[in-house]
Design a protein around this ligand. Structure first.
Ligand SMILES: Nc1ncnc2c1ncn2[C@@H]1O[C@H](COP(=O)(O)OP(=O)(O)OP(=O)(O)O)[C@@H](O)[C@H]1O
Ligand SMILES: [Mg+2]
Length: 329
């Protein structure tokens, strides 16, 4: 049997009024990529926060066995000292600092109170190379896209001695190609022997990288299996939602009526940077009885579009037309 790096037993965690985790178990083998799947609010992030000491020993029931020993984490520093590094769902880089400053934040290489920038930048370069980035260490993080920021987060983890890397929904804000790069990197780190946990809703990604999967539903671990056992996506979905899903997208027959709203040639500039056009010639119709989806990646301008139309509550130099029931509004 492969060594078990992590064995979380009967973890129960309660918030006022909510039992976020109810007797959850999780076993992760050394060197594998383990996926945790579950619907929104299932308890995935809470479980990882218990593991990483965000919620310290004493604030939950159950046992964490790590590296063969019963382990109690007092805080994040404690879990990091054991090589458990978590990259949270919400990225935690400081946008106005450089890549190098972010990588060594709180961990600066200083002598006599003076930071050795030459050495810091050199080490940053080496770490960036490991995650496939060629940006200068002095680049401001704000200037990087979310895909690169995610890679910087991983480089930051690699700057510490990481044995168990936890990625909480790492690709939810990434484009298809950035997601692929990230998954490739995960496989590369695995080849180097690193154990990883990935939390994801995206079952195609889970299938691509995970060696085993634990499904959590309503704060309970409902199943756990190796992906080599020929488990189908439908089976994972069934465990996630708790009933079988014959058809994930059942047919609907909406009754669509007349056009109620029309937006045409909608253009909006950034409220602070007047040369940055955020919305460019967008147009759409909304008809009675219809649900209109606005799709796009994070940063694509979806919220800005809606807010600039609704009471012009975002942006400047707005142009274009809005009609309601055929009348200019
Ligand atoms: N700090 C908190 N205080 C109170 N309730 C919380 C807190 N954190 C999480 N919860 C609740 O615990 C449950 C599990 O939340 P958690 O964030 O772990 O879910 P998740 O599986 O990570 O969901 P998602 O896929 O949306 O990230 C939810 O009902 C959530 O509302
Ligand atoms: Mg979460």
């Amino acid at each position: 049997m492969q060594d078990m790096l992590l064995d979380m037993r009967s973890i129960t965690k309660t918030f006022p009024g909510v039992k976020a985790l109810d007797n959850v178990s999780l076993q992760v083998k050394t060197g594998e990529i383990h996926a945790i799947c579950g619907e929104n609010g299932a308890g995935k992030s809470t479980l990882m926060k218990v593991l990483s000491g965000v919620y310290p020993a004493g604030s939950y029931d159950g046992e964490i066995h790590y590296d063969g020993a019963l382990t109690e984490m007092r805080d994040i520093a404690d879990s990091e000292a054991r090589g458990i590094i978590i990259i949270h769902q919400e990225l935690a880089l400081v946008p106005l600092l450089s890549i190098a400053e972010n990588l060594f934040l709180g961990n600066e290489n200083a002598r006599g109170g003076v930071i050795d920038w030459r050495d810091t930048n050199r080490r940053t370069e080496a770490l960036l190379r490991k995650v496939g980035l060629r940006d200068a260490p002095t680049t401001q993080v704000e200037k990087l896209g979310v895909g690169k920021q995610q890679l910087v987060e991983i480089a930051k983890a690699l700057a510490k001695e990481v044995r168990l890397l936890i990625l909480d929904e790492p690709t939810s804000a990434l484009s298809e190609s950035d997601s692929q790069k990230l998954l490739d990197l995960m496989l590369e780190l695995k080849a180097q022997g690193m154990t990883q946990i990935i939390i994801s809703h995206k079952l195609n990604e889970v299938r691509r990288v995970a060696d085993s999967v634990t499904v959590i539903r309503d704060g309970q671990s409902v199943s756990s299996f190796d992906t080599s056992d020929g488990i189908t996506e439908d089976r994972i979905v069934r465990d996630m939602v708790g009933r079988s899903m014959e058809n994930r997208y059942p047919e609907r027959t909406p009754e669509i009526g007349e056009r109620i709203m029309r937006v045409a040639d909608w253009s909006v500039y950034h409220p602070e940077h007047d040369d940055r056009q955020v919305i460019k010639d967008v147009g759409f119709d909304v008809r009675a009885g219809e649900v209109v989806g606005i799709a796009g990646l994070m940063g694509a301008g979806r919220t800005e579009l809606a807010m600039s139309i609704f009471g012009r509550s975002w942006g400047q130099n707005i142009s274009g037309t809005v009609e309601m029931h055929g009348q200019p509004a």
